[in-house]
Design a protein around this ligand. Structure first.
Ligand code: ZN
Ligand code: ZN
Length: 98
């Protein structure tokens, strides 16, 4: 019995997930996001197809979780030029239709 208890798989805590949550909730990111949407209020991908649609979300061109260290991830997350203004539809396509 003791053996089984000792070998119970440890509950997996995903540190990157916690980190991502902190980044999205940080005042820096919220401010950056608003600045991006103010500068590019239209969906950049729809615009490229001559469709005018309001951008609702910001997308990281390079996913910040690809950063190999905490600092590298922060750098990608808070890089204004790594953000893309997208409508919900384009953002959804980007993440779920690959
Ligand atoms: Zn779009
Ligand atoms: Zn995205």
């Amino acid at each position: 019995m003791a053996y089984i208890l000792l070998n119970k798989p440890k509950k997996k805590i995903s540190i990157p997930k916690i980190e991502a949550g902190r980044i999205y909730n940080s005042p820096i990111y919220k401010g950056l996001r608003l600045r991006k949407l103010a500068e590019n209020p239209l969906c950049e991908r729809c615009e490229a197809k001559d469709i005018t649609r309001a951008a609702i979300e910001t997308h990281h061109r390079i996913p910040f979780m690809l950063g190999t260290s905490h600092n590298a991830r922060l750098k990608l997350a808070f890089d204004f030029y790594n953000l893309e203004s997208l409508c919900i539809e384009c953002h959804h396509l980007e993440h779920f239709n690959n």
